[in-house]
Design a protein around this ligand. Structure first.
Ligand code: URA
Length: 200
């Protein structure tokens, strides 16, 4: 089975999932999107209002910023990357997903990552970091440093929604994303280029 076929099967299960309370209040589950063969995956928190309406990840204000960040990296969401969320259904009033909601979604999330099998994963914000590494992790301490685990390279950084609230953090995030570009050139495509961060 190709990644695309396996993701398609998993998406059908996610779209009818009732593992937690969010299944009753969502408009639709948001599975994720991108290149099924991507070696680089971005993990967010969970759908907001616009994502819940469209059934696509990162299509609201934070998503527009994420697209700009990708563009600065010389990347596009349907080409070099795949984007998914730790939690597939919108929590009410955009609150942070509760730990039991993250646990309920974990089988989907683990399977999705296993199918994609990326070399590099960017963890966007605290929920994604805690979902993968454990509840004791802190984004302010972990950001910017590679975690090598389960055969992948994980880079925690701030969530784009946090950057909309704290634009001064963009500088740190660009440092983190440059490290991701370095790793992408090392592991995936030595010729990957972007005018914003030319190859040495
Ligand atoms: N924030 C997220 O974490 N995910 C989305 O899909 C949209 C906003």
């Amino acid at each position: 089975m190709t990644h695309e076929e396996a993701l398609g099967d998993l998406e059908l299960a996610v779209l009818r999932c009732q593992n937690c309370r969010l299944g009753n209040i969502r408009r639709q589950a948001v599975f994720g999107e991108g290149n099924p063969e991507a070696r680089l995956v971005f993990i967010g928190e969970g759908p907001g209002a616009e994502e819940d309406r469209q059934g696509r990840p990162f299509v609201g204000a934070a998503g527009q910023l994420l697209d700009k960040m990708l563009s600065a990296m010389g990347m596009h969401r349907f080409q070099q990357v795949y984007i998914l969320n730790a939690v597939k259904c919108r929590p009410p009033n955009n609150r942070t997903p509760l730990p039991d909601e993250v646990e309920a979604c974990r089988p989907h999330f683990d399977r999705q990552l296993a199918i994609l099998d990326p070399a590099i994963v960017v963890l966007l914000g605290s929920t994604a970091l805690k979902a993968v590494m454990g509840s004791e992790w802190r984004i302010t301490r972990a950001r910017g440093q590679w975690i090598e685990q389960d055969g992948r390279w994980w880079m925690p950084t701030y969530h784009p929604a946090a950057l909309l609230r704290n634009p001064a953090w963009k500088r740190d995030v660009w440092l983190d994303l440059k490290r991701v570009i370095d790793k992408y050139r090392e592991l995936v495509d030595p010729n990957h280029d972007t005018p914003h961060y030319p190859r040495p």
